[in-house]
Design a protein around this ligand. Structure first.
Ligand code: PEP
Length: 251
């Protein structure tokens, strides 16, 4: 059985000013004074404070990630940020295909795949998000939707060690609702099977599959113990150092 080092990533979304670096200071203190974390820790702040997070986090092993990137390396794209810029600011990861971007910026799988490609080209590890809506789950098509997103959003040339997959049921994000542990286990087993099909037995079994959607200090331990859950992508609960630390310590 392959062991995968878990990864806990915090997605701050459009939250955080320079004073939020105090939370990072507190998190760093908790991580360095408490028991050594058994997870890779990543914080994905807004781009305005990414460089500061990367610089400040380095001494305590906290890595920085972007929340999105443009498909091009540079050019006439007012307001956009390229993967190279994120890397230049100190990022090592970038979230692509988050359901909020799929919904409010009309990002389809082709765009997500191009973003993941751009990220890999810039030396970043894309965290590729997939997940069904509530009506898709109710209609019984959750697995087929996720499988389609997976096959279309992962770049053809991607190597298994260059990417992370995050399963984020859209209806669980920011709602306080989560799938049952059985539903999480079933979907993660399905994703694992697709990754093994794509990358082969050995490689497909080393790829991280994160769970995201209303993971909180109270439910983190049980979710993180589910088979094929190799970490979490955390939104709301990553904004407070104590909560995020509790989740990290649940690994
Ligand atoms: C997310 O936005 O990726 C997320 C998981 O949010 P929350 O934890 O707040 O549901």
């Amino acid at each position: 059985m392959t062991t995968i080092s878990p990864l806990i990533a915090g997605n701050w979304k459009m939250n955080g000013l320079s004073q939020s670096l105090d939370e990072l200071t507190e998190l760093a203190q908790l991580l360095t004074t408490g028991e050594a974390p058994r997870a890779v820790v990543v914080v994905c702040p807004p781009a305005t404070i990414l460089a500061a997070v990367a610089a400040q986090g380095a001494s305590s092993g906290i890595m920085a990630g972007g929340q999105d990137c443009h498909v091009e390396a540079s050019g006439a794209h007012t307001g956009d940020i390229s993967a190279y810029m994120l890397a230049d600011a100190g990022a090592q990861f970038v979230i692509v295909g988050h359901s909020e971007r799929r919904a409010s910026h009309a990002e389809n799988d082709d765009i997500v795949r191009a973003k993941a490609e751009a990220a890999i080209g810039a030396g970043l590890k894309p965290i590729i998000c997939v997940g069904e809506t509530e009506s898709e789950r109710d209609g019984g098509s959750a697995e087929s939707i996720v499988n389609q997103q997976l096959s279309r959003s992962i770049p053809d040339a991607a190597e298994h060690h260059e990417i992370v997959v995050a399963y984020e049921p859209v209806w669980a994000i920011g709602t306080g609702r989560t799938p049952t542990l059985e539903e999480i286990a079933q979907m993660h087993a399905n994703i694992r099977a697709r990754l093994v099909e794509r990358f082969g037995e050995e490689r497909g079994n080393t790829l991280r599959i994160l769970y995201g959607g209303s993971m909180k200090p109270l439910n983190a331990r049980e979710i993180l113990n589910v088979d094929n859950v190799n970490g979490g992508l955390i939104g709301g609960a990553s904004l407070l150092a104590k909560d995020f630390y509790t989740i990290i310590s649940s690994v």
